[in-house]
Design a protein around this ligand. Sequence first.
Ligand code: DX5
Ligand code: ZN
Length: 224
Amino acid sequence: MSVRIDPSILSADFVNFQREFETLEHADALHVDVMDNHFVPNLTFGLPMVKRMQEVSAKPLDVHLMIENVDVEAVKYAESGVFSVTFHLEAANSATSIAKNLRAAGARAGLAIKPNTNLNEVVELLPHFDQLLVMTVEPGFGGQALIEHTLEKVAKARRLIDTEKLDVWLQVDGGIDESNIERVAALGADTFVAGSAVFKATDRNAQIDRLRGLAEAGFKHLHL
Ligand code: DX5
Ligand code: ZN
C-alpha cells in the first residue's frame, strides 16, 4: 500500500487556481470539489471550470462530485480527461452503469458515501470501482472536524477490500490533519484528502511531506 496525499482545492483562492496549483508540487493529485447547491448546501464550479483546470494542472485531477443527476453528469467530467471521478452513492440510480461509463471514458471510477450511509450498501458495488471515498465529515464545506464514528467504516472497508482482494483505493475526506492522519492510516485508509490542513501551511509542500510521513508511520501499525 502506498500513501497518496490529495490537497483539496476547496481551500484555495478561487480567482487564482493556476497559481495555487503551482504551490502543490508534492501532491499526488489535486482534489476538486464540484458542488451544485442541491446535493449539498454549497456551490463551487462545474464542468467548464474543471475542463480548464485539466488544461493547466501538472497534477492529475481527482474530481469529487457533490451533485445530483450523476447518472447523466458524471461521465462528462471523465470525458474532460481527468484522472478520477468520484460520485455519491446517495445521488445515483445505477452506480454500476455510471462506473462502467467512467472507466470507458478513461477515468478511474470512485464511489463516495456520506457519514450516515452504511458500508453494507457498497459491498456488492465495490468490484466495479477503483476508489471508495468514505466521507469523514458531512460533505459541503472545508474546515470541519472529523466525525469519529466514520472511522469504523474505514476499518471495515479496509477489511473488505483486503478479504475480497479488490484493487480499490480507500480515500478519506474531511477534517484530516496532522493530529489524526496517522491514526486514520492505521485503520487502513491510503488516499488522504486534506484541504485546510494543507492550505493553512506557509510551506504547503513541506506540509504534504509531513502528512505523508505521518500516514506512512500509521501503516506500520495497521491493525486489520
Ligand atoms: C467537503 C469536501 C472536502 C473539503 C475538505 O465536502 O469534500 O474535500 O475540502 O476540507 P478539509 O480538509 O478542510 O476538511
Ligand atoms: Zn471532497
